[in-house]
Design a protein around this ligand. Sequence first.
Ligand SMILES: Cc1ncc(C[n+]2csc(CCOP(=O)(O)OP(=O)(O)O)c2C)c(N)n1
Ligand SMILES: CC(=O)[C@@H](O)[C@H](O)COP(=O)(O)O
Ligand SMILES: [Mg+2]
Length: 613
Amino acid sequence: MSFDLQEELCQALREFIVDHVSETGGHLASNLGIVELAVALEREFDSNKDRLIYDVGHQCYVHKILTGRKEAFDRLRMYGGLCGFMKPDESPADPCVTGHASSSVSVALGMAHARSIRGEKYHVVAIIGDGALTGGMAYEALNDAGASGEPLIVVLNDNNMSIDKNVGGMARHLAKLRVSPRYLSAKNGLRKTLSHVPGGKSVIAKGTKLKKAIKSVVLPSSMFEQMGFTYMGPVDGHDLQALSFHLQLAKRLKCPVLIHVMTKKGKGYSYAEHAPDKYHGVSKFDPVSGQLPGSTPGFSAVFGAELAKLARKDARICAITAAMPSGTGLSGFPREFPERFFDVGIAEEHAVAMTAGMAKQGLRPVCALYATFLQRAYDQLIHDVAIAADIPAVFAIDRAGIVGADGATHNGTFDVPFLRTIPGMTILCPANFAELRTMMTRAIYHNETGGAMAIRYPRGGEGAFQENTAAEWASHIRQSDKPDVTIVTYGILINEAITAADSLKQQGYQVDLWKVNEISAKTEQLCSGLVSSFAPHVAVLEDVVQNGSFSEAILRAAEQIGHTCQVHCYNVGNQFLPHGSVREIYQLCGIDGASVAQALADIMKCGKDESIG
Ligand SMILES: Cc1ncc(C[n+]2csc(CCOP(=O)(O)OP(=O)(O)O)c2C)c(N)n1
Ligand SMILES: CC(=O)[C@@H](O)[C@H](O)COP(=O)(O)O
Ligand SMILES: [Mg+2]
């Protein structure tokens, strides 16, 4: 296909992306920015045989369109529809799962090793953004890959943005490379680039001149070179000819190569170009006016506002985020307290250990991370926080439970299980905004154990339940004299539990309902109180996986009191969940109020249990 036609294709792809994402929601700005690069990659590589790994994967829409999934974009990120990230189940062109940042170079190196050992022939390419390059995994991988000498290509898609402004020393290093004289020449495209290359276009055909050509596009003294990569660029990432030229060169080299590509996030859609942070991830919007839907306040915003309020009164309070200031509701914090705000980049492990250091030395740090990304820092929670036992670090765990359209890679369904295993950890579970505020103060100031405290809350807003019951470790929400069933739950699922309890009551059953506010070793000892109400059935409702869930504490309590009741566990099961709306996923797992009521009524009617955990 001629470059002119490719340019037309890029234009059509941009229109397609804006049209579809404005209908379905999705990751807009990153996909608009990578159009030419993705087209060049599909042109120069065979994505069914070569391995193209898009880091995070939120920018893989063009790749999906060009690998046979265009029609599926009508149901992007919807239940049963196209996943918004790389997903091998969907197509052989997706070599691995992505969703969490900074893993692409590691996976690529693994694939390159496999190729060498098996004596096979294909290219392995990791496409990683400047934001993802702030993550520790990326450095571990570059360090290893550069030294390994294994042929692989890393394409650094540098748009000078993470979700919010990119941070850190690497961002500064890239900024210096960007203004190098090489970039200024490369920016004008292949014609000019070639004019710097002895032999011009024939260079690619004639391997003899290749060495010279490479020398002319290599910028010495980049950090990547020091790590053992052949560095090319910076290259104008919207110049199809320059991209093809550099990719062709990289393919011919038998060593690790890094191509530094400059792109503009949001390219071609003026609203997104001007506010790439706002158009990073969007829900349905008006493509003509660019008008995004107004957002109703959610837990993140309440958290951010409350932390700022507390920080006004206490100069020890600091906020830490790992590249998610907007997402965690902290974007206002640095405006008021620049010296007490720390965006560490996509570096959750570092964020947790740094929080431990700050807490140990007398500050009151609150580290806000999404539940799914906190998985990265499990060791730091144990090693740097918990073993010392006296580190009053506070972890605000956002997006706990089901997140919806982002799906399997982003659901926060492991936090309770992995936090419960850590000695000394206390998990507070607010069900609404008022409880979140109260629990934040408790975590910061009234930490009875002196150890770490986590507060977990979901994506989005509160439900109908708005009482503040945070003062008790567990609150008795519905009480009956002689209950047929006791329902136990925590956090936002109280709303589903109330629906279930009320429905069962209407069907003539007596129901007790307990809402647990704190999960800790201490409160787990008290669980026998929840199961000893002589109800023959106890149901535990949670939005986490079964293994390690709170229901294990209830099962143990039931065991201790001699199994006078049957315990039924309603949770997401030991599985990874698909994308869809939160409600659809609740229904899929049977943890919505109606399903729980139905399941319990069936059990009580039949007198037999089909769902014992
Ligand atoms: C471990 C982890 N932490 C945080 C995120 C949230 N996140 C998704 S994309 C992104 C920014 C990525 O920036 P970059 O790689 O430069 O891609 P761009 O959006 O600029 O194209 C962040 C922080 C994530 N996906 N994984
Ligand atoms: C790709 C990625 O990891 C983020 O962009 C994530 O999709 C943000 O999720 P929220 O929309 O819940 O902030
Ligand atoms: Mg970027």
